[in-house]
Design a protein around this ligand. Structure first.
Ligand code: FES
Ligand code: MG
Length: 588
C-alpha cells in the first residue's frame, strides 16, 4: 500500500476542507495574474523566491535575470514558484550603515516565510548582509530553504593589474594621501574594480558570506563563486530551483543542515579563505538563530588554520580566478583531507559534504594552495581580551612583513608590542584631527576609535581601519595598529583589532582610555590591555559615550534591542522564536 503524501504547509491555505470560505479568499487574488485554482490545489509544493535584487541593490541585481531560471527549475521539478522582494541591502551606499538592514531584512523575511503559503524558499543572496539575514530567517522559520548566490563580479583590471573591489580603495587612498596619485586617477582605478554585474570580487564580506553558505551546506556545490555573468550562474539557478522542490518532498530543513558541526566547518573554512572579519558577527548571529552558539573558543580553535586561498585582500587573485581554480570546494577538500573538517555534515544536495568534496578539484598550488604549502601558516582570527574589552578579533592573515618587522619581532618579547594610544571619538573626529601635528603621531602609536559599535553608530560602522597621517604615509609607513568598537570592511587589508565588545557606549573599557595611554598587545596570549593602574581606570570618567540622536524609528528600535558584536549584533530575544516544525500561524 502506498503511503499518503504528507500534507504541505500551503495546503492549509489553499486546500482546507474545514474552511471553504477562507480557502476562496486565499486563492482568488492569485488568479488575477493567470494562475489557476487547479495549480494551487494540486498538492504541488509552492516555492517562494526571495528576490534580493533591485536597482537599489546593484550587487544582487543579476538575480532579476536568474529568477527566470529558478522558476524553470521549480516548474520542471513539479513545484509552483512565487517570487517576492526582500528589503534591499546595499553595503556601500546605505547610510549610516548597511548593518542596520541585516536585522530588518531578517524580520521581513521571517514574517513572509511564516505568514504566507510557502512550502520552501530559494534565498537569493549576494551583497554582504543579504546572506546572513536570509539564513537567520531560514533558521527561525525552519521550512526547507536553499541559498542561490548571485556570484562575484568578473576580475577587475587596471593598467595590467588585478584591482579588487574595496581593497583598491584602501590601497589607492594611501597613494592619494602620499601624493602619488591624482583624484581622477583614484576614481578611474576604483571604477575599474567593478567591471560587470555581481557582488564584490575580493574575499570581502560578500564572497566570504556566500562561501559560508556553501561551507554550511546551504547552497549547491560551486554556488558561492560562479561569477555573476558566467553561463553557469543561470545553470545553477535552474538546478537550485529543481532541488528545493525535492527538498520539500524530503522535508529537508535548515535545522537538519545548520548544525554546530556545520558552523565549525564554516569557521575553519573562513580561516583558510582569509575571510572577512564580518564573518564573526554574522556567523555568531546565524548560529544563535539556529539555537546554537559560536564561542570565543570556537574561533580561537581555528587560529592555526593555514591560508589556502590566494585572494585579495590576503592574497593576489580575485573571485573569478578563485572560481576557475576550484573555489570553496577545493579549499574544503584540503581541510577535510587534513582532518580540519567534519565530513558527516549534510548539505542541501542531500549528500554528506565528504561525498561532494570528493569531486572537488585539487589545489593548483597558486590560486589555491595545499595545506602543506600554504600562503601563511595561521590565518584564523586572533581573539583578544583584556581591560579594554571582553572580546575583539584581529585578522592576522593580512599582517604584512613590514608590519611584523616593526611590531612583532622584538627578540626579547616576540609577538608583544606596546603603542601610544591616539583616541578618536568618531570617524568625523578622526578625519578632522588625524593630520593635526599636535597629536605627534609616529610609528609607535595605535589609532583607536570608539562610538562605532551597534548602539553607538548605530549599526556598527566599518571605520576601524584608519590610515596613518599623511606624513607617515609619505615616509613609507603604510599602516599603524588600530583598535575600535566598530568593524572594518571585509575588503580591508589592515590587521586592526575590531568588533570590541562591549562597545564604549555600553560601558566597555574602551570608554576609559585616554590619548597618551600605553596599550600592550600580546599576540601569543591573546591579550590587549591599557597599561594603566586598575584604580586609576576606575576613577576615570567615561569618554565616547555620546550617542547621536536616532533619525528613524528603526534606528531607535535597533538600538534598544541590539546585542553586542561578540553575540552577533542580533535582536535580543529573537532566537527564542525558533519555530517548532510545521507550526502554522492562525487563520487570516
Ligand atoms: Fe555589495 Fe560589496 S558592496 S557586495
Ligand atoms: Mg562592508
Amino acid at each position: 500500500m502506498t503511503q499518503p503524501k504528507p500534507r504541505l504547509r500551503s495546503q492549509d491555505w489553499f486546500d482546507n476542507p474545514d474552511h471553504a470560505d477562507l480557502t476562496a479568499l486565499y486563492l482568488e487574488r492569485f488568479m488575477n495574474y493567470g494562475i489557476t485554482p487547479d495549480e494551487l490545489r494540486s498538492g504541488r509544493p509552492i516555492i517562494g523566491i526571495a528576490q534580493s535584487g533591485s536597482d537599489l541593490a546593484p550587487c544582487n541585481r543579476g538575480h532579476l535575470a536568474n529568477e527566470s531560471r529558478v522558476r524553470d527549475g521549480i516548474r520542471d521539478a513539479g513545484g509552483i514558484p512565487i517570487a517576492f522582494p526582500t528589503h534591499p541591502i546595499f553595503e556601500n551606499c546605505r547610510r549610516p550603515t548597511a548593518a542596520l538592514d541585516r536585522n530588518l531584512a531578517y524580520l521581513g523575511l521571517v514574517e513572509i516565510m511564516n505568514g504566507y503559503p510557502l512550502d520552501g524558499v530559494v534565498l537569493t543572496t549576494g551583497c554582504d548582509k543579504t546572506t546572513p539575514s536570509a539564513l537567520m530567517a531560514a533558521s527561525t522559520v525552519d521550512i526547507p530553504a536553499i541559498v542561490l548566490s548571485g556570484g562575484p563580479m568578473l576580475d577587475g583590471w587596471h593598467n595590467g593589474e588585478r584591482v579588487g573591489s574595496g581593497t583598491v580603495i584602501w590601497r589607492a587612498r594611501r597613494k592619494l594621501a602620499a601624493g602619488e596619485m591624482t583624484r581622477d586617477e583614484f576614481l578611474d582605478e576604483a571604477l575599474d574594480s567593478a567591471p560587470s554585474a555581481g557582488h564584490c570580487n575580493t574575499m570581502g564580506t560578500a564572497l566570504t558570506m556566500n562561501a559560508m553558505a556553501e561551507a554550511l551546506g546551504m547552497s549547491l556545490p560551486g554556488c558561492a563563486t560562479i561569477p555573476a555573468p558566467y553561463r553557469e550562474r543561470g545553470q545553477i539557478a535552474y538546478r537550485t530551483g529543481m532541488r528545493i522542490v525535492e527538498m520539500v518532498r524530503a522535508d529537508l530543513c535548515p535545522s537538519d543542515i545548520m548544525t554546530k558541526a556545520a558552523f565549525l566547518n564554516a569557521v575553519n573554512t573562513c580561516a583558510a579563505l582569509g575571510g572577512s572579519t564580518n564573518a564573526q558577527p554574522h556567523l555568531n548571529a546565524m548560529a544563535l538563530h539556529a539555537g546554537l552558539s559560536l564561542t570565543a573558543a570556537d574561533w580561537s580553535a581555528a587560529y592555526d588554520i593555514p591560508l589556502l586561498a590566494n585572494v585579495q585582500p590576503s592574497g593576489d587573485y580575485l573571485g573569478e580566478s578563485f572560481h576557475r581554480a576550484g573555489g570553496v570546494a577545493s579549499i574544503m577538500r584540503e581541510l577535510l583531507d587534513n582532518k580540519r573538517l567534519n565530513g558527516e555534515c549534510l548539505t542541501v544536495s542531500g549528500e554528506k559534504i565528504s561525498i561532494q568534496l570528493a569531486r572537488a578539484a585539487a589545489p593548483d598550488g597558486d590560486v589555491i594552495r595545499s595545506y602543506s604549502q600554504p600562503l601563511k601558516d595561521r590565518a584564523g582570527f586572533l581573539v583578544l581580551s583584556g581591560n579594554l574589552f571582553d572580546f575583539a578579533i584581529m585578522k592576522t592573515s593580512v599582517i604584512s612583513d613590514e608590519f611584523s618587522e616593526r611590531y612583532l619581532s622584538d627578540p626579547e618579547r616576540p609577538g608583544v608590542f606596546e603603542a601610544r594610544a591616539i583616541v578618536f571619538e568618531s570617524s568625523d573626529d578622526y578625519l578632522t584631527r588625524i593630520n593635526d601635528p599636535a597629536l605627534n603621531i609616529d610609528a609607535h602609536c595605535i589609532l583607536v576609535i570608539r562610538g562605532a559599535g551597534p548602539i553607538g553608530w548605530p549599526g556598527s560602522a566599518e571605520v576601524v581601519n584608519m590610515q596613518p597621517p599623511d606624513h607617515l604615509l609619505k615616509s613609507g609607513i603604510t599602516s599603524l595598529p588600530t583598535l575600535g568598537d566598530g568593524r572594518q570592511s571585509g575588503t580591508a587589508d589592515s590587521p586592526s583589532i575590531l568588533n570590541a565588545s562591549p562597545e564604549s557606549v555600553a560601558g566597555g573599557g574602551l570608554s576609559l582610555l585616554r590619548t597618551g595611554d600605553t596599550i600592550r598587545i600580546d599576540i601569543k596570549n591573546g591579550t590587549c590591555n591599557a597599561v594603566v593602574d586598575d584604580e586609576e581606570l576606575r576613577q576615570r570618567s567615561a569618554g565616547g559615550v555620546e550617542v547621536p540622536e536616532a533619525n528613524t524609528p528603526w534606528e531607535r528600535l535597533y538600538r534598544e534591542n541590539v546585542t553586542q558584536l561578540e553575540y552577533g549584533g542580533i535582536l535580543k530575544g529573537a532566537p527564542s522564536f525558533r519555530a517548532t516544525k510545521n507550526r502554522l500561524p492562525r487563520h487570516n
